[in-house]
Design a protein around this ligand. Structure first.
Ligand SMILES: [Mn+2]
Length: 255
């Protein structure tokens, strides 16, 4: 069980949005545009981005490349963060996003998991990958890749080499997707352990691309965020909006 970080909401917050798994990449311009429009227009008091904002993040030094996709997206975030607080938790695709990215985007970084205390029920926030215990191979990679030594070793490689690495990792996962291998879901026992440890009746997470509201009994809920994939045939994108009255799933253009 990882340590649960704590975040106390500003008392004035009434409307809080949660998004994740946008997998932003230059080859999916409609998804990028919908995300940009949402951030520019939303009336939420705060927006939480719970991981896999980017399809891949190869290091914060990508921001120094003039006109890079990363720099462009970071400018969008920075503009949005002037209007309302933005929070960011890394996912399994963008876990190399670091302090410089946070500084330039104006976002506040969140540890995974973090418990949010606000006007409503306490909410545990996570990307969700750490809960998918059935994906044994991935869990091994996860513990390896989150070590300082691994990070250092990867970030010491030239940016071009890291971009190439990111590309091959992406095509590998694409092949796996097409092979029809079933996706792991959050482990029920581990989910219960986390929620109990955090004293949180709600868990909000992404990662699985299986958006749903799971009733866990006794008014406890596991609320799974949608991925954003507007360029695909199965167009989908969703903002989870939480108010003291409850939650709703909105198309981004209505949020
Ligand atoms: Mn993920």
């Amino acid at each position: 069980m990882p340590q649960v970080a704590q975040l106390v909401a500003a008392p004035a917050w009434r409307t809080v949005d949660f998004i994740s798994d946008l997998h932003l990449q230059p080859s999916e311009p409609q998804t990028v545009q919908a995300w940009r429009d949402y951030l520019t227009r939303t009336t939420a008091d705060a927006t939480f981005i719970l991981g896999d904002l980017f399809e891949v993040w190869v290091g914060d030094d990508a921001l120094d490349e003039p006109g890079s996709f990363e720099a462009e997206c970071t400018a969008v975030l920075h503009a949005a963060a002037q209007k309302r607080p933005l929070f960011f938790m890394v996912g399994n695709r963008d876990f190399l996003a670091g302090k410089e990215f946070l500084r330039r985007s104006g976002m506040t970084g969140l540890a995974d998991p973090t418990a949010l205390q606000w006007a409503g029920p306490r909410i545990l926030l996570s990307h969700g990958d750490a809960l998918c215990l059935d994906d044994v191979e991935y869990q091994q990679f996860r513990s390896l890749s989150r070590s300082a030594a691994w990070r250092q070793q990867v970030l010491a490689q030239p940016l071009a080499a890291r971009r190439a690495l990111g590309k091959s990792a992406r095509s590998e996962s694409e092949m796996r997707k097409q092979s029809g291998a079933p996706y792991a879901d959050a482990d029920a026992a581990m989910t219960a352990t986390w929620m109990l440890a955090a004293a949180a009746p709600w868990l909000i997470h992404g990662h699985t691309h299986q958006p749903a509201d799971h009733a866990l009994g006794q008014d406890r809920w596991r609320i799974v965020l949608s991925d954003w994939h507007i360029d695909a045939d199965t167009q989908r994108a969703e903002v989870l909006r939480v108010t003291p009255e409850g939650w709703q799933r909105l198309p981004p253009e209505l949020a």
